[in-house]
Design a protein around this ligand. Sequence first.
Ligand code: HEC
Ligand code: HEC
Length: 221
Amino acid sequence: MRTVRRRALGAAFVFVTGPALQAQGVDAVQIVMHGNGRGAHACAACHGNHAEGNRLAGIPHLAGLPDAYLTRQLTHFRAEARDNPSMQVIAHTLTPAEIVALARYFAALAPPPPASVTAPPPALGIALAVQGRGAVPACAACHGPGGVGLGDEFPPLAGQSALYIRRQLEAWQQGRRPPGPLGLMGAIARRLTAAEIAAVAAYYEQQPAIPVAAASSKDVP
Ligand code: HEC
Ligand code: HEC
């Protein structure tokens, strides 16, 4: 899967064929585009045809997120441990095999380009991301430089919807989302002020998820 993704870095998205989509007999593309026929709506209806998300609506992009991370989130929605009415209903109807196949499918897609910059990133957001503040560690320590993500446990934040990032940090503050591996994010989010959350979310929305040189604009359909 990693090889497929690396080879595809120059494209805005990538078609995956063969066994990856047919994991355990599940046709991930069918579910993404048309639903599973048992109550899970087409993922593309909300997350977009290339899983690019919808920034203004606060719907996250799924393209290029680690498959172990995606599997964990769908499992949390299914168990109603993570709060979101639409996603809980959908995840309830997904079988474990469908969850694995969908997570692999989305992980292999190239992430969308960052938000076009209308204002420079807030200094407060850059400072938190790069240096942290007091008991708040630098976000980059776990999410990687510029929020590109680290391994399977630390998801990328680069290019993600600022509204979505803000809602996640608030969900942790209010105990509506499980804290994740080692309970890390709950404790971090509770130390952030509303102004810090807005600033760091705006910063990450502007960061490129893939090297700019690789994301040649002529490859974007
Ligand atoms: C009705 C709209 C809608 C549909 C259809 C939908 N989603 Fe979602 N999805 C959302 C919203 C909204 C969120 C953000 C929830 C939140 O704020 O916590 C989300 C979040 C997620 C997340 C968490 C992403 C992250 O970064 O943690 C995953 C994974 C996900 N959806 C997978 C799917 C899959 C797979 C399907 C199709 C089977 C699907 N979604 C269909 C609206 C939708
Ligand atoms: C000590 C490591 C660590 C640090 C530091 C850290 N995070 Fe995280 N973060 C995580 C882990 C682990 C997850 C995945 C949680 C899960 O699986 O639900 C995560 C997930 C997230 C998510 C959810 C992404 C999504 O797609 O839903 C957001 C938003 C986030 N972190 C923001 C931040 C911000 C902002 C900072 C800096 C103020 C920060 N994190 C610092 C470990 C960390």
